[in-house]
Design a protein around this ligand. Sequence first.
Ligand SMILES: C[S@@+](CC[C@H](N)C(=O)[O-])C[C@H]1O[C@@H](n2cnc3c(N)ncnc32)[C@H](O)[C@@H]1O
Length: 220
Amino acid sequence: MKRKIVITADGSNTLQMVDWQEQYHSMHGAIQEAYHVFIKQGLALFKDREISILEIGFGTGLNAFITFLEAKSRGLKVHYYGVEAYPLTQEEAAGMEYVTALKAQQYAAVFDLMHRARWETKKTLSAFFSLKKKQLKFQQITDQNCYNLIYFDAFGYRVQPELWSENIFLKMYNALKPGGVLVTYAAKGSVRRAMITVGFGVERLEGPPGKREMLRATKP
Ligand SMILES: C[S@@+](CC[C@H](N)C(=O)[O-])C[C@H]1O[C@@H](n2cnc3c(N)ncnc32)[C@H](O)[C@@H]1O
């Protein structure tokens, strides 16, 4: 399917699935949304410890890169796992211009390596951050008790309702360690109910700019 780069309201780029008119991030601001949903409401719960993160939809690498930037200041050692069925090309990754937008030129090589790193291979990017990208469909995930935090960043219910189902959230529940947390930008009632049905405790939280609410689900 055709993808093109578009600019969001905070000046940062995202990708658009042209046929679906669906973006990889909020048009209200890609970087703003990523910081709010995944860092403020997710990563910020963890301090001074070693954690494993699963990203559902590695996509542009924006969430992985801002997590790398945040990990050091939060005293975290992060093992990051990104699942993605349809990787970006190197040209698309470079075209996102996230290093410039985040004023993180000293880590340009890290963002580049995140995309060049071989799939299915754990790569140490610094003393406090490793990355393993897995090329598979979310439906194929079978991990059990592996992760402290999941960034659930699939395309919206409008275009991929099958990814917001009990079946997928049961996989997420099983993949988390007890006490583990899943954050997502979505706030839809049926999504919240699917999470509760598989066993999560679910909170409605303030959403990113342009969105009233988002969800955070915790495995007891
Ligand atoms: C909303 S975008 C992810 C945005 C990404 N987190 C980022 O910051 O760029 C959703 C991602 O899920 C991927 N995807 C869609 N369906 C999938 C599936 N069934 N299995 C695995 N990946 C899928 C898409 O290719 C896309 O990269």
